[in-house]
Each structure stands twice: as C-alpha cells, then as structure tokens.
Design a protein around this ligand. Sequence first.
Ligand code: 5RP
Length: 235
Amino acid sequence: MKERNISGENPEKEAAGIAAAGLVSSGMVVGLGTGSTVAYALQELGRRIKEEGLEFFGVVTSYQSEMLAIKAGIPLTSLSQHPILDLAIDGADRVDSNFYAIKGGGAAHTREKLVSMSAKRFVVVLDSSKLSEKLDHYVPVEILPMARELVSAKLKELGGKPKLRLASRKDGPVITDNGNFVLDTDFGIIEAPEELSLKLSAIPGVVEHGIFSNVDEVYIGKQDGTVKILKKKKA
Ligand code: 5RP
C-alpha cells in the first residue's frame, strides 16, 4: 500500500499513521491513541476534515491526544456519551507474532485500554522496530501511589524487576494523567502474555498494565512510505 505526503522526518511512523487515518469515514466515532505515531494520524485527520469535509467524533486517550486533536480541529466526545466506538487507532511499544501488544511507553495505557476495548476495531500503527516474535519489552504497570511497596513485592514474586518511572524536568516520579505512578517491570521474554496479564490484573493496587490482547490489525510503516498490514485471524 503506497501512501502520500511522506515528509521524511520519520517515514515509517508517518506512513503508518497516515494510512490508518484513511480508515476513518464520516459518521464514525473513533478512539484516538497517544504517542508520536498516532500524532501523524491526527494531523492527517485534521487535513481530511479541512480539505475533504470529513465529519467524525474522536475520543481521546490522554492530555497529549486531547491537545493534538484540538489543534487538528477534531470534534471530541467521551466514552460516557459514546460507549461503543467504530474504530480505535493507537501506537504500541511492541507487538508479537500473536498480536499481543505492550503499550504504555507514554504512561497512557490505562485510558488507551479503556478506549480500545470500547472499539469494534482496534488498529495499531507502528514503525518496524516495534515488531518481535515474542514480547521482549518491559511492562508498564500503573499503580495507586500508596500501593507501591505492595505491588513491587507482588511483581517480584511473579519474576519481574519493577522500576518506578521517574519524570524528566520534574523531580520524583512520573504522575500519570490519572494521578498515579508507573512501575516499568522487566519480565525478560514473555512466553505467556495472557497468563501474565491475568496475574497482573489480580494484584491489589494495580490500576492497569500495558499488555493488550485486543489488537485486530497492525499497520507497519516502511522507509519507502509503503505500509504493511497484518490482520489477526478471527477464532
Ligand atoms: C503511550 C503508548 C504509545 O502508543 C506507545 O508508547 C508508542 O508510542 P510511539 O508511537 O511514540 O512510538 O502506549 O502510552
């Protein structure tokens, strides 16, 4: 699939973002993810609103996507008003060969999971560095601040090495858009993502973790501006 207007700054992310923006049609309600790849999709959606008269509503996943959506002129709604979305578009930090993903590099995975789980179709946009046979990336775990010690101990019992995510240009920890902390937890290569996902969700004090099992399609941008599309086979 050949895409248009690739500027060359980050061609893989840009190609993937622009291609996914092409999935949006008038009348839809669309989940808008967070991160630098989705930012290209939001920009392209803004262009389509202005130049093509595209009309749709977006549901944001973070303050970042809210700001970018407003800048792009995308009208917004909420999950309370639109609990079922036609489509969600988001980035990821890793996707494995079974379509399991790790998200949360931008600490937005809690709202991203709520939004993507509300969508009939969840499309992930990536550059080629994010694909791997098995998940081999740390898992961001959003936690209630007072649960830090308890959750850290439980994550260690599961074989993880939790590390509190620290802020840059602010002393102390990253505070998520929901007012919580993030423990980036290294589990090495994750052989059984579904099992780990269930175990993480069962820890008291965990708000949400970054393992996603609901990816339907993956758009992988390439250097030449083309996009490879992988679709999960329905069971
Ligand atoms: C934010 C995320 C992002 O989607 C993920 O980190 C990918 O970001 P980018 O497109 O900038 O590489 O999960 O919480």
